[in-house]
Design a protein around this ligand. Sequence first.
Ligand SMILES: [Zn+2]
Length: 469
Amino acid sequence: MSSTIPEYWDVPTADAPREARPIGWCLLLPAVLASLVVPTRLGPRIARTSFTKIALVHVAGLALALAGLLLVTGTGSLAVLRDTFQGPLTLSEKLRLPFVAATEWLYEMSQVPGALLPLLFGVVAIPATFFVLAALSTPILAAGERTRSALARATKLVFWSVMHGVLAIAVIELTRRLWWTDIAECLGSTPGDLPEIVACLLALLYWRQALMRLGARYGGPPLGPGWTPRRPLCNGCGYVLTGLSPEGRCPECGLEIARSLPEARALPDWAQAQWPWQRAAAYVRAAWTILRRPQSFFPQLAVQRGREEALRFADWTCWLVGGWAVLNAGAAFVVERVSEHYQSTPGEIVLVLAVFLLAARLAAWVGWAALNLLACMLTRRGLRPITVTTCYALPAFFLLPVLVAAGGWGIAATYALHWEEYIWRLPGLAGKWGEILFNFLFISPAVFAVAWSLRRYARALRATQYAAA
Ligand SMILES: [Zn+2]
């Protein structure tokens, strides 16, 4: 090693991409089917394909989903379609069927008084939802490219992934028709809305997973912060360290220069753990350090690499939040059994717990993705280091689900003990506002938890701001 700090670090941050070819018109249909089976393989090629082709696949997917729903639910009935085409259908008519079905359905809906507004809302809301999903996924999927090209790539993948949604709907409908009653019988409950909610949550989870796999590999040109040489900066203040001795201190803030070198940062134990039990132990160790001594974790964390491991860490955290929700919902069933208030069937309990597990897990994921996006927008740094930092900073937010649950239990307990009646007996406005204030008393710790966690998160971002590795 040279005796002075060089002008640029030559430590690579993003992997060298293998350039992928765009998908041609002839291969579009096979590519749609292949992307359902091997999304990781097709992802880089989809990201290189033109927006026109992506839009075509997306519209076809939406039409397929809509037509499937219409045929299954019977709305916009087949009779209307037969009237439209008169007699047996030719192949070209069959191919146009989904689009005709969609138009017919839209026409019928526009005739229903008061349905136009929700319809218009749906027309705006569906593409808007896809764009929001693309924006949320951009920092997570970014490989090292510029923000704009990362957004374009995420948008293409999200709009293409509607095909995975179609597949999920088809599977749900098939199981509903074939085995729903058997599943319900097996669980000892009547087939109400709960199995459908569980199925929809599972479908959303599958969709998210498919999207992550589509974006796992990058096949574009090596342009962007991930492939640009980085200047050696002081970890404490961002001072350019070029030409200084590695043994010295930063002339600006006095921090030892050794702590700003790439060797000062490493992947956490978690990234090296191979087996599930090793991972579990490494997870607990990492989460404990992040909660108790973040100042000894983030300044030594390598954020320019190890994205896969970091995302897995975030995934574990989201499942943990789901598990916590299950624990609380399960406790509510125990209370119900003890108080003999109302007896749920085992099937209902299983389904409700599944709803809690999946919904809390998804909510945690959306929360962390939104936080990550916000940090990327506010700080304007490379997307990848921020995503890695956010993944590891998540345990700092553990206080939130704990205090939300405690608040919920507090409210439930006061109602069970009929304490709220004392407030109602208060005269005038005091009685009216009393209940709101009373509930706020239990919710306010959650507000405190958000502020506390955000502060810690901001500190973690600051500690990795000038990371050399
Ligand atoms: Zn400094």
